[in-house]
Design a protein around this ligand. Sequence first.
Ligand SMILES: *[C@@H]1O[C@H](CO)[C@@H](O)[C@H](O)[C@H]1NC(C)=O
Ligand SMILES: *[C@@H]1O[C@H](CO)[C@@H](O)[C@H](O)[C@H]1NC(C)=O
Ligand SMILES: *[C@@H]1O[C@H](CO)[C@@H](O)[C@H](O)[C@H]1NC(C)=O
Ligand SMILES: *[C@@H]1O[C@H](CO)[C@@H](O)[C@H](O)[C@H]1NC(C)=O
Ligand SMILES: CC(=O)N[C@H]1CO[C@H](CO)[C@@H](O)[C@@H]1O
Length: 551
Amino acid sequence: TTTKSSISWSVALYLVSQYDWTDAGWVNPTEELELTFALKQQNTDLLEEILRLVSDPDSAQYGKHLTLEEVSSLVHPTELTQKVVHHWLQSHGITNCLTVRTRDFLQCTMTAEVAEKLLPGSKFHRYIRDDHSLVRSSAPYSVHDDVHQHLDFVAGLHRLPPKGQDLRKASSNRKQKRSKAGLHLGVTPSILRARYNLTATDVGTAKNNSQAVAQFLEQYFNPADLAEFMGMYGRSFKHLSQVDRVVGIQGAGKAGIEASLDVEYIMSTGANISTWVFTNQGRHESQEPFLQWIVLLSNMSDLPWVHTISYGDDEDSLSTAFMMRINTEFMKAGVRGISLLFASGDSGAGCKHLGKGQNTFRPSFPASSPYVTTVGGTSFKNPFKITYEITDYISGGGFSNVFKMPDYQASAVDGYLKTVAATLPPPSYFNTSGRAYPDMAALSDNYWVVINRVPVPWVSGTSASTPVVGGMLSLINDQRMLKGRPALGFLNPRLYKLKGQALFDVTEGCHLSCLDEQVQGKGFCAAPSWDPVTGCGTPNYPALLAALLAE
Ligand SMILES: *[C@@H]1O[C@H](CO)[C@@H](O)[C@H](O)[C@H]1NC(C)=O
Ligand SMILES: *[C@@H]1O[C@H](CO)[C@@H](O)[C@H](O)[C@H]1NC(C)=O
Ligand SMILES: *[C@@H]1O[C@H](CO)[C@@H](O)[C@H](O)[C@H]1NC(C)=O
Ligand SMILES: *[C@@H]1O[C@H](CO)[C@@H](O)[C@H](O)[C@H]1NC(C)=O
Ligand SMILES: CC(=O)N[C@H]1CO[C@H](CO)[C@@H](O)[C@@H]1O
């Protein structure tokens, strides 16, 4: 017998417009594909408990991070699991497989013909959009029961990057509105450093500190753009103008706004800190770049301490098995002392149409994972001045329908729900038992970015706020390292214990959601202390440093 698995993954771009993919038909049977097999792990409950202990500043275990070897001894699949999966692959003549240090992923190359026999039901087609092409299965596949129980998922099969959101429309509306109002200030590194109280001496100095941006876009950052950006905007603080390491393949194609944005801004707040870029791995058109990065995390013992990622997709478009397993991968990074920051998304509370005029909010993953720090967005109250911040109406936020609310945020979220009870959207729109996000926020509106050697204004999105916060956490890690203290690692338990101390509370404005009669485009609204639009608030760097430097 066989069991149907719906395994899925995709790339959602938060800033870049998206187009439909065209099915260009069956691939040649001899075409090489690469599939990723996620083998069932052991001791994931124990892993979760260890993560809780090493991330809780009140625990004696705080900061006692594990090495990759220790993570591997904890979670690696049983001998039986490894044997069954290897035997299954070998019996189909698949021998070209790479494993990782934790032994819980296998990446195997095989021809389309062999893959279709291995996974009954699959039919590999080529899909084309612009000058990009991908290979995916056009039909669901199945896996024999005796193997199925040893796997969490097989990837490289179904999902295509989805169609774009209304973001472009939203931002062009905004652009028109603001242009009419006259000149705008625009966010640059010096504006950010002024708003978040970074002085010229708040730059990295520790030897082995490092930070990373991970990008899974059909676009690349251009080193010449970064150098030009720093030349124009980096005069008031010591910075690096080059990325130290690119992991993956930087294509020769066009530079992209989002790719440039991430690098330019993490290196402006996390100034003078060694920066890595993880980029499209793309040896095969069947690969999924996000998963390539996940697999790499389990195969590199020496990784940057902070990673920022502007990437996500609707929770309801992904399989629960996939999200659960990726969540475990985030725990594996967290116990090693690595901080993962994800953009909260640019669709506010989101909207899912249930039919018959019924709608519900639409949470996004990995933003909704309890084991990452999710970053929302704000704007200046007065766009012409460095004033206090209000909600950026695009800021993603809400409640997961998949992950339960973690203890670390229960009282903050409860406080919010009680304070704003009278003005909350109808209860059918969201699920208060779920993990609530974002955790923090920063400016996400009207950035200047240098792309193809030209400074471009009006760049907006939580893809901007995420590297800004990431760079500041790197600076705090830097000061901790100078004192011989461990990296911050998974921040949330410690962040929520601050109860808003050291953060600028954002209390004005609502984000967008369903355009229907009941909610009329309004999702949640900011309120005193934590809220599902801007989280605990935006960083006041010197205060946050002081609060996070101890132990
Ligand atoms: C993991 O790293 C080892 C070398 O350290 C390499 O042999 C192996 O191919 C890598 N695995 C993958 C999936 O790239
Ligand atoms: C930080 O910035 C805020 C607002 O810009 C200001 O009120 C405060 O005094 C500054 N300094 C510190 C150390 O918090
Ligand atoms: C920049 O970082 C390096 C270490 O990577 C350090 O030696 C140097 O002093 C830093 N520069 C400043 C101005 O702090
Ligand atoms: C609400 O969230 C919980 C997890 O916290 C989940 O088990 C439940 O299915 C969700 N309900 C809906 C209607 O999605
Ligand atoms: C993550 C990181 O930057 N690690 C570096 C620490 O220092 C050693 C030795 O200089 C480097 O090899 C690592 O890359």
